[in-house]
Design a protein around this ligand. Structure first.
Ligand code: UDP
Ligand code: MN
Length: 289
C-alpha cells in the first residue's frame, strides 16, 4: 500500500477569518514551489461558513476543503474563555478534528489561519519523527505549548480520548476539562508528562513567533530574526482588521526588519500580491472583510 501523503491543515469556522486562510495558503505555495509532496487542506464548518467562502477557498488553490462539525466549548468552558478575554474562541476546539484524519494523512502540520510562514516548513514532516505531537512554547506560559502550530501523527484514539474528556466534564459544572476553556488548555493537559498522550516534543520558538503578545524580547528578535520560520498573530487584533483602512502598497518591507509593524507589512505583502486583486472582483466578499 502506498504511504499516505502529508498535509498542512488549517481551520476556518467563520468567513471573517477568510483573508487569513487565503494569505496562509499563498505563503505556503510561495515558499514551497511545485511539485509539492504534500497537500494543503482547510477544515471548515459548513454550518457557520457560507458556501461562497468555501468556493473561494477551493478556487484559491486549497487541495482539499473538508467539512467538519463545530465542537464548541459550551457553557462549562466559558469561565476559562472569559479569563482569557476571548469568548470568541468558543469554537476553536473544532481543530481537534485533525486527530481524525488518520486515514487521509500520515503527518499533519496544523497552522492557525492567523499564521504567516516566512521560511519553508516542509522539513517538519520528517524532522519531528517519530514524535506523535510537537509544538512550540507559548509566550504567556512557556511550559505550555501554543496550539496555533502543531505537528501531529493523527490517531483516532487521541481524538476519542480528547472528546471523552470534554464529555466527562460537560455536566460536572467544573469547566469543560480544558483549563482555558479552549483547545490549548485541553491539549496541554493531554500531551503532558502526566497526561494520556505523553509529553509533547518541543519545537523551537522560531516555528511559532508571536509578536502581537504584550512582552517582546527585542534583542532576541534582532539576533534571531533570520531564523524566524513563522509569525503567529495571536490575540483579538488580526492583520485583516486593518484591511479596509489600508491601501495596497508596492514596496515590501525590508526582509531584515522584524518589529511588529514590519511583520504586519509582510502579511499585507502576501495579501496585496495574491488576494487583494481577486477580492476586488468580489464585492460581497470585500464587504465582509
Ligand atoms: N478560528 C476561525 N474563526 C474564528 C475564531 C477562530 O476560523 O472566529 C480558527 C482560525 O483558524 C484561528 C483558530 O481558529 O486561527 C484559533 O483562533 P485564534 O487564532 O483567533 O486564536 P489565538 O491564536 O488568537 O489564540
Ligand atoms: Mn491563532
Amino acid at each position: 500500500m502506498a504511504p499516505l501523503p502529508n498535509a498542512f491543515v488549517t481551520l476556518l469556522t467563520n468567513s471573517s477569518y477568510l483573508p487569513g486562510a487565503l494569505v496562509l495558503l499563498h505563503s505556503l505555495q510561495d515558499l514551497h514551489p511545485a511539485p509539492r509532496n504534500f497537500k494543503i487542506v482547510c477544515l471548515v464548518t459548513p454550518e457557520t461558513v457560507d458556501a461562497h467562502a468555501i468556493g473561494v477557498l477551493r478556487t484559491a488553490g486549497y487541495d482539499l476543503v473538508i467539512g467538519v462539525e463545530p465542537i464548541a466549548s459550551g457553557a462549562s468552558g466559558q469561565q476559562g474563555l472569559q479569563l482569557m478575554g476571548r469568548p470568541d474562541l468558543d469554537i476553536a476546539l473544532t481543530k481537534l478534528h485533525i486527530f481524525r484524519l488518520q486515514s487521509l494523512f500520515s503527518t499533519i502540520v496544523y497552522l492557525d489561519a492567523d499564521t504567516l510562514p516566512l521560511r519553508p516548513l516542509d522539513q517538519l514532516f520528517e524532522s519531528t519523527s517519530p514524535h506523535r505531537f510537537s509544538a512550540s512554547p507559548d509566550i504567556g506560559w512557556p511550559d505550555c505549548f501554543n496550539s496555533g502550530v502543531m505537528v501531529i501523527r493523527p490517531q483516532l484514539s487521541d481524538f476519542k480520548a480528547l472528546q471523552a474528556t470534554l464529555a466527562e466534564h460537560a455536566d460536572s459544572g467544573s469547566g469543560n476539562g480544558s483549563f482555558d476553556g479552549a483547545d490549548q488548555g485541553l491539549l496541554n493537559e493531554y500531551f503532558s508528562e502526566d497526561g494520556p498522550g505523553g509529553p509533547w516534543n518541543r519545537l523551537p520558538f522560531t516555528y511559532n513567533v508571536t509578536p502581537s503578545a504584550a512582552y517582546q524580547y527585542a534583542p532576541a528578535y534582532k539576533h534571531y530574526a533570520h531564523k524566524i520560520n513563522l509569525i503567529h498573530f495571536i490575540g483579538p487584533n488580526k492583520p485583516w482588521k486593518w484591511l479596509s483602512s489600508r491601501q495596497a502598497s508596492s514596496t515590501p518591507p525590508p526582509a531584515t526588519a522584524f518589529d511588529y509593524e514590519s511583520l504586519l507589512d509582510r502579511w499585507f505583502t502576501v495579501y496585496d500580491r495574491h488576494v487583494r486583486p481577486t477580492a476586488a472582483h468580489e464585492p460581497n466578499l470585500a464587504k465582509r472583510f
